[in-house]
Design a protein around this ligand. Structure first.
Ligand code: M6R
Length: 606
């Protein structure tokens, strides 16, 4: 949600704190701030809005510290203004926080009763006061920190400076990730490996409940009980911390174009190209599985819905897909014979994590389809199914979606073979189809010129309707979500068969209606829906394929022709046109494509 960086450095750190915050800006961009130890005291610089605003503050008032912390905020408690911007300060303590302290109101009341006053509306400030109060009793910094952590309920990743402790950064994690980076005579703390990526590739992923004291040369790590522990140092591949836009204007644009490669790498990890057989990592016996329960949020949820269509149809294996924030609070009826599959790009989404833990507590075997393989979810499940699309920085998910769908497609084929609903020859045919998908995705991306022209019209619309049947009904949801989140145009995605049951009332000659209809078993029905909306003046953007275009009813305002594909991979192929449409509409509207308002890449609060 928020981004954190801490550096115990040999040289002034302000520039590096800012460099790291720029990498973390995708996590939140309501305000930003840094603090550093200067001459035994701690100085802060903070600004409302993006890192750029903080840079201006620093230019006017430089910070010379060689030990410092930084933060980029996605507001939870308190408006996005300077007073609520991190770092927060109380007495000898200055700190930054990612997460939510659930018992902050009672802690604040207790601290206020003891005469402490507050300068912000945040939950975070109470942590600074608590540590300061513990220091005042004579405790050493690490002990005051531990005593405070024991009083906190909720989620946190923290980086803390203490006045008088020149070369010390304290850190802790519970519910929000935190990594330590090892440098040469310098140590780093960050929300993820991307944060410390410019400075080191030697990373320690802290465990849940860990806290740490960093100085120039060491990271003393303790577990939740206070026992000193060692955690392994991992060497992170450069590709995992690369964050370059190249020649693209936005990360989202780059990530759309990255998809053929991202899907190719992902598919290669789930099939054996030589034998054309599936090769699903991990120990899951699909033949014996009674049910799959998918839990996820946002675009990951939609990928799960696509997976349900494929797995049920091919493997005759029941799949339930549910939005994690609903699932976790409704006491769903679960049985141990089912496999829970969390879908998450970040592996940190709070609701998905809670739903996953709920299922595990019920005795279910667990798996996650995830991009961040060192994330909390990846560390808690029995089976990790990584997507291999590289870091996704644009807040709007694109390449993670198609990589997630690629994994579920391979799983559908593997499960079908294991359960005997397809034979070896059909498995080989389907694997070949899947291996062809990246090429077809690349061809679909070539539709960009045509999509750009359509975008000019869509950008003028107040509402847009997306319709599809079968897996395309899921893609209709995804098309609408993409448009909403980056262009702020109201959009709805519907299963086209539902049209007559309500949404058709929205249709008028001002409403673009995007119909997703590859030439599959649902095509005729989708074509009928197209006629129905055209009869009511609807402006149809018909996205079909080279086979469907020959059978489409006359009268669509625009027809977009994607390459024809087997139904197994048509969702993958049809994704690029809807992503590109949302992207170009947002660009035309001058929206902040990579950092849309009110959103953050990783939602680690419920
Ligand atoms: O990291 P996750 O996949 O768990 O994130 C889930 C959603 O927050 C995410 O997909 C969100 O909906 C995206 N902004 C959609 O583009």
């Amino acid at each position: 949600m928020c981004g954190i960086i801490g550096i115990v450095g040999k040289a002034p750190v302000a520039e590096r704190l800012v460099e790291s915050l720029k990498r973390l800006e995708y996590r939140g961009y309501d305000s930003a701030g840094v603090a550093g130890v200067v001459g035994g005291g701690v100085q802060r610089r903070r600004a409302k809005g993006k890192i750029k605003a903080l840079e201006e503050v620093l230019a006017a008032e430089p910070l010379t510290a060689t030990t410092g912390i930084g933060h980029t905020r996605w507001a939870t408690h308190g408006a996005p203004n300077v007073a609520n911007a991190h770092p927060h300060h109380a007495g000898r303590v200055t700190l930054v926080h990612n997460g939510i302290i659930e018992n902050f109101a009672e802690l604040k009341a207790e601290l206020a009763a003891a005469g402490r006053t507050f300068e912000s509306d945040t939950d975070t400030e109470v942590i600074a006061h608590l540590i300061d109060a513990e220091l005042a009793t004579g405790l050493a910094p690490i002990d005051a920190f531990k005593a405070t952590l024991d009083r906190l309920t909720g989620a946190y990743a923290l980086a803390v400076l203490i006045e008088g402790a020149e070369n010390l950064v304290l850190g802790a994690r519970r519910g929000s990730p935190l990594v330590v980076g090892e440098g040469q005579g310098e140590m780093f703390l960050g929300s993820d490996a991307l944060a410390v990526g410019p400075f080191t590739n030697r990373v320690i992923y802290l465990d849940e409940g860990d806290y740490v004291a960093l100085d120039h040369d060491s990271a003393r790590i303790f577990d939740a009980s206070g026992a000193a522990v060692t955690r392994p140092v991992r060497v992170v591949p450069t590709s995992a911390v690369m964050m370059e836009k190249g020649n693209y204007r936005h990360f989202m644009e780059k990530e759309i174009h990255d998809q053929p490669e991202g899907c190719q790498r992902t598919i290669a990890a789930y099939v054996d190209a030589l034998t054309s057989k599936t090769a699903i990592p991990g120990d899951v016996d699909f033949a014996k599985l009674e049910r799959i329960q998918i839990v996820a949020c946002g675009t990951s949820y939609i990928a799960g819905v696509v997976g349900k269509y494929l797995i049920e149809q091919l493997a005759d294996l029941p799949v339930d897909v549910e939005i994690a924030s609903e699932f976790r609070y409704r006491q769903p009826a679960l049985r141990p014979g089912a496999l829970v599959v969390a879908m998450s790009q970040s592996g940190e989404t709070a609701d998905t994590l809670a739903a996953l833990r709920y299922c595990k507590a019920k005795g279910m075997k667990s798996a996650v389809v995830v991009n961040a393989t060192e994330s909390t979810m990846a560390r808690e499940v029995d089976v990790v199914w990584p997507i291999h699309c590289g870091p996704e920085i644009g807040v709007a998910s694109t390449k993670a979606f198609t990589a997630q769908v690629s994994v579920l497609t391979a799983i559908a084929v593997a499960a079908a073979k294991a359960r005997g609903t397809i034979d070896a020859a059909e498995e080989q045919r389907l694997v070949k189809v899947l291996l062809e998908a990246p090429r077809l995705i690349a061809e679909a991306i070539h539709l960009e010129g045509a999509i750009k022209e359509i975008a000019a019209d869509v950008a003028k619309a107040r509402d847009v309707l997306y319709l599809g049947r079968g897996p395309m009904s899921a893609l209709a949801l995804e098309g609408a979500l993409k448009l909403k989140e980056i262009s702020y145009i109201h959009a709805e995605g519907y299963a086209a068969g539902e049209l007559k049951h309500g949404p058709i009332a929205l249709v008028d000659d001002q409403t673009p209606i995007v119909i997703l209809a590859p030439y599959d078993s649902w095509f005729e029905k989708s074509a009928s829906n197209m006629s129905e909306v055209m009869a009511r003046g609807g402006q149809v953007i018909f996205i079909t394929d080279t086979l469907g275009v020959k059978h489409a009813p006359e009268g669509a305002k625009v027809v977009v022709t994607a390459p024809a594909s087997d139904p197994l991979v048509s969702t993958l192929v049809m994704s690029a046109p809807i992503q590109l449409l949302a992207y170009h509409v947002a660009v035309l509207k001058g929206a902040d494509v990579d950092q849309p308002r009110n959103l953050a890449k990783s939602v680690t609060v419920e």
